[in-house]
Design a protein around this ligand. Structure first.
Ligand code: ATP
Length: 366
């Protein structure tokens, strides 16, 4: 299998759109790397440059240590699974899977062996004689993956392969692709705009916005240590809550103040906020780091108004109003809150992340 290295990659399309800016990404052998970000952030363009389907404007791409900038797609030893699957409608499932090998003039017995083995892995052996139109969405998706597997490529590329499936099937196929990765022990690069897919599948996640890589890291690292407001808001569902506060100093303690609360800042943030006394910061807290309590505690809790209660069975999501901000709180299912009531919340100050509203960067230790 193979490593993939992107060094300072730029892509400017004819007409001047700069889709990717200075991308540096290292993908280790056997790693499952997810490129994630909102529509138009440049993830598909990045994948297509790795595949050789798009010219690179600047920078270098190496596959297995070999510079591939000028190597045509067919010689890069990669296989790509597209969003629309791109199956040949007039061919059977078997022929769809065998086609790439046939044009490479592989002996028939070898083709047969590879197609049957891939069909077994994907549990589509009984569908080999069917045409794509006689398949469900999930089955078509498996055939598209099968077509990639038979090639035994160095690297698998996936471009939003699950986006045409319904929600339930997407969850199932997500687990199947992860299992496939474990089984094949292959290098896989996967593009999605869905942060849940990224979190659940990726060994490593590359978060992109406006052509720029925002942060690269493991799912939990990104969740717990987002570098900026964008990553903090993008990774995690329901998303992180953001509250604009001013930092005041009172009797040697730093306090986060807004119209509705005054919370004493403790823990590692105490030192981080010192340079911001008298200035504004964004107070970021995840929905599960707000505890629903019955007693108010000065300097520790704040009061909100419950607007919506969403009982989800295993947990409850509360949408509460704090002045003009709306926050989301995750609480255990044993509570019975009602819309219109007030809710007292206790933020876990060890989990709060402060952001500088000017740079949008998270405050962190040097
Ligand atoms: P999506 O999730 O919508 O597919 P994406 O993150 O994959 O988005 P890209 O498809 O890589 O984004 O597009 C990045 C930017 O490049 C966008 O602004 C897009 O409009 C532009 N772009 C993409 N393809 C071309 C093209 N062939 N010519 C000109 N501009 C393009």
């Amino acid at each position: 299998m193979a490593t993939v290295q992107l060094n300072n990659i730029d892509k400017v399309y004819p007409g001047g759109v700069q889709a990717v800016k200075g991308a540096d990404i290292t993908i280790e052998d056997k790693e499952f790397v997810v490129l994630v970000g909102p529509s138009g952030c440049g993830k598909t363009t990045t994948l297509r440059m790795i595949a050789g389907l798009e010219d690179i404007t600047k920078g270098e791409i190496f596959i297995d240590g070999k510079l591939v900038n000028e190597v045509p797609p067919k010689d890069r030893d990669i296989a790509m699974v597209f969003q629309n699957y791109a199956l040949y409608p007039h061919m059977t499932v078997y022929d769809n899977m065998a086609f790439g090998l046939k044009i490479r003039k592989m002996p028939k017995v070898d083709i047969d062996m590879r197609v049957n083995e891939a069909a077994k892995i994907l549990e589509i052996e009984s569908l080999l004689d069917r045409k794509p139109k006689a398949l469900s969405g999930g089955q078509r998706q498996r055939v598209a993956v099968g077509r990639a597997i038979v090639r035994q490529p160095k690297v698998f590329l996936f471009d939003e392969p699950l986006s045409n499936l319904d929600a339930k099937l997407r969850v199932q196929m997500r687990a199947e692709i992860s299992a496939l990765h474990n089984r094949l022990q292959a290098t896989m690069i996967y593009v999605t705009h869905d942060q849940v897919e990224a979190m659940t599948m990726g060994d490593k996640i590359v978060v992109m916005k406006d052509g720029l890589i925002q942060q690269i890291g493991g799912p939990l690292h990104l969740y717990n240590n987002p570098v900026n407001l964008f990553v903090a808001g993008f990774i995690g569902s329901p998303p992180m809550n953001f509250i604009k506060v001013r930092i005041d100093q009172e009797a040697n303690r730093s306090i986060a103040v807004c119209d509705e609360f005054q919370i004493v800042i403790t823990g590692r943030n105490e030192k981080l906020v010192k340079p911001f006394i008298g200035k504004e910061l964004v107070f970021g807290i995840r929905p599960e780091d707000l505890t629903y309590v019955t007693k108010e505690e000065k300097g520790k809790t704040f009061r909100t108004q419950i607007e919506v209660v969403e009982p989800l069975g295993a947990e409850i999501h509360l949408y509460v109003n704090l002045g003009k901000s709306r926050l989301i709180v995750r609480i255990p299912p044993s509570y019975n809150p009602k819309a219109g009531e007030s809710a007292i919340l206790l933020p876990d100050m060890d989990k709060v992340i402060f952001f500088d509203p000017e740079t949008e960067k998270a405050l962190k230790d040097e």
